[in-house]
Design a binder for this molecule. Sequence first.
Ligand SMILES: [Zn+2]
Length: 426
Amino acid sequence: MTIFRGTFLDTPDSPFAGGGLRVDADAGLLVSDGMIVARGPFLEIRQAHPAEQVVDLTGGVVLPGFVDTHVHFPQIRAVGGLGLPLLEWLDRYALPEEARMADASYAAGVATEFVRGLAAAGTTSALVFGAHYADAMDALFSAASEVGLRITSGLVLSDRLLRPELLTTPIRAYAESLALANRWHGVGRNRYAVTPRFSLSCTDELLATCRDLMEAVPGALFTSHVNENEAEIATVADLFGGCDYVTTYDRHGLVDRRTVLAHNVHPTDVELKMLAVGGAAVAHCPTSNAALGSGLFPLTRHLQFGVRVALGSDVGAGTGFSLLKEGLQAYFAQQLLGDQGRPLTAAHLLYLATTAGADALALPEVGHLSVGKRFDAQLVRPADGSPLAVGITHAADTEEVLARIFTLGTPADVQAVWIDGHLLHH
Ligand SMILES: [Zn+2]
């Protein structure tokens, strides 16, 4: 067993429901086989377990590992394509990279860059939007297994209105997805996610196949995009006889507790109600929303309807892997909404980046650092003299420390990352 000694910040109870930031300065977490089995003042934990090894993390702040609920593996090399709205950005920057995933050795290189990028940002769990090619998916799951990340991902499916080399058929989609799920679902920390790209590029027949796959792979998640951009929404309405975007999934039984839909910037009240009743989660990706000019996320309405919300980086439309940056941008978006916005504290941002994500991804074993959870954690310790180090030194209290971490922190400030108590090597 190992005792981790340090200052631990987490959000076991939602700040949206009366909870707050939990701060334990100079605490000890006793970890056995990756699980936190005791937690308390360091000296008490030390006295009760005098023979155990101590890992000293004092001088920094320990946070739970981040949970990224929406990030595209093939798009790491497309980050930074500024200046276009969604559909034009896809054609110009994202889809050419998606097509290059046909080359298995190219995909393997990207997979390595991708999992390193996640881990370096303090992200320990992610729902990853995969590639359109099965060999590329094998490369992703292999790379993730090597690093040890908790990855849920799947083959991306489309059968219309994309570059022809990215298209599949319902029969092929079913066979390739099932074969991948048989190879990777429940193997190590990997899980499978049934992943139609968006209903804009999927026929009803393909979406029905997705439902069949959900039944064939118990415990799989379902993920896609919804209500991101107004031109996209209008096209979806045309394609599906005027029905709303959420209904295109819901009428195939694809809106329930296993569902995570990215964006939802422009939902109707009817759609929010459908998501809430189904128990689906929304991946809010604020840097992507800003970069593509998609809009300002209506968080207040999601909360009013009781829709679960967590954070996603949406690399490559998003501007990087760090959920610190996504948290800050989520805060900005709510500020810009004025009366319609939901003022967010640092505790809200940490909750959205950790506990809410674990809930959205059906990962009850992670999300905060309570007894019974796995030790997935990150040490934030900025370089001496950096603006973040200065900010932390002069913060009035620990909530201010956390606000400064979200404001000034980058992956460079994440000094170490653990999953199941194992230190990852950057
Ligand atoms: Zn996306």
